[in-house]
Design a binder for this molecule. Structure first.
Ligand code: ADP
Length: 355
């Protein structure tokens, strides 16, 4: 186990800046997920840590060793890829032991013991004589994990390791990865484009966009306190609603004023300077609800779409030209075209710059 520190790391591929001078500290034993849309620089960041790419600028450190120019084989990391990268002509046993054997540092007994332990944990001990072509996708991914496990590295690097599996198996393997980590506590850096995977697996989540780190936080804090509009809209499904508003001030009270609503704002830093300006009001779908009747604290909206989800009724609504979503009680009697009064949980609002 070890910690990993990236300092001012930049990666350019002729003309394309994939990673724009990021700083990142991954604590010893942490499970850190890196999430963001396709092309935002996640894989490149992981490959830089693995040594498969060399940084254009900046340094990478593992523990107290600087590894920036060190060859991948001399970094104590094991990488698991999306496509498993198994050797098709080798048995499962050979695939798992190949790296250990070629390193030449282990006795046959030690190799056998490691294989036994890893394959028992992953429940693939009865597949050792098969070849990858005779395995299901889930089994192949377990073999790839087994190969990483037997190396007992300081750091696991995982690049979308579950994205080739079907939805059900992905959820099962996700739980197994979490269990493996709680057992071995090896520092793990896990890249995914799937926010659910990032949120459920990571004890810290790194959100990237366009080569930059937007925020590093616990899953719950990312959801509750997104620092940028990008994070607010990326984390959460359905996404946080964004309503264009004017900020108005009445004495010490502030309100967000939209086409058919005035929503009182809780005290927050920066409100004074925002007064009189335009802003985006971020409202999570669960912070809105259908009121029993219209009153001073509610505002009217037109329901445009209803989607029964079983445990809730997802409503798409409109006020003026602004559209937004909310979760209503499952059997709320509303139909598209109805006008309903809505109330907002004002303690959970977010304000963003409209730029
Ligand atoms: P992600 O993993 O988030 O999808 P990547 O790290 O793969 O993103 O890519 C980030 C950016 O760098 C993209 O614009 C991609 O096209 C570019 N890129 C990645 N690898 C190379 C490469 N070997 N040569 C040129 N451009 C690359």
């Amino acid at each position: 186990m070890t910690d990993v520190t990236l300092q001012d790391v930049r990666k350019e591929f002729d003309g394309v800046v994939a990673v724009k001078n990021i700083d990142l500290q991954i604590p010893d034993g942490a499970f850190v997920t890196v999430v963001g849309p396709s092309g935002c620089g996640k894989s490149t960041t992981l490959r830089l840590i693995a040594g498969l790419e060399q940084a254009t600028e900046g340094t990478i450190q593992m523990g107290d060793q600087e590894v920036t120019g060190v060859e991948p084989k001399d970094r104590d990391v094991a990488m698991v890829f999306q496509n498993y990268a198994l050797y098709p002509h080798m048995t499962v046993r050979r695939n798992i032991t190949f790296g250990m054997k070629s390193a030449g540092d282990f006795s046959d007994e030690e190799i056998d013991r490691q294989v036994e332990e890893a394959t028992a944990v992953l429940d693939i001990d009865d597949l050792l004589d098969r070849k990858p072509g005779e395995l299901s996708g889930g089994e192949r991914q377990r073999v790839a994990l087994g190969r990483a496990l037997v190396r007992d590295p300081e750091v696991f690097l995982m690049d979308e390791p579950l994205s080739n599996l079907d939805a059900k198996l992905r959820i099962k393997m996700r739980a197994e990865l979490a269990k493996l980590h709680s057992e071995f506590e090896t520092t793990t850096i896990y890249v995914t484009h799937d926010q659910t995977e990032a949120m459920t697996l990571g004890d810290r989540v790194v959100v990237m966009n366009d080569g930059r780190i937007q925020q590093v936080d616990s899953p719950q804090r990312l959801y509750d306190y997104p620092e940028t509009r990008f994070v607010a809209e990326f984390i959460g499904d359905p996404a946080m609603n964004m309503l264009s508003v004017d900020i108005s001030r009445d004495g010490t009270e502030y309100e967000a004023v939209g086409p058919s609503f005035r929503i009182p704002l809780p005290e927050a830093d920066g409100l004074e300077t925002a007064a009189g300006a335009k802003a985006l009001l971020g409202v999570r779908p669960e912070s809105l609800s259908v009121a029993d009747s219209a009153d001073r604290s509610s505002f009217p909206a037109e329901v445009t779409v209803t989607e029964p989800l079983g445990d809730s009724l997802l409503l798409e609504c409109r006020t003026g030209d602004q559209e937004f979503k909310l979760h209503a009680e499952p059997r709320t009697a509303v139909e598209p075209g109805d006008r309903v009064p809505l109330t907002v949980e004002t303690e959970r609002l977010h304000l963003f710059d409209p730029q």
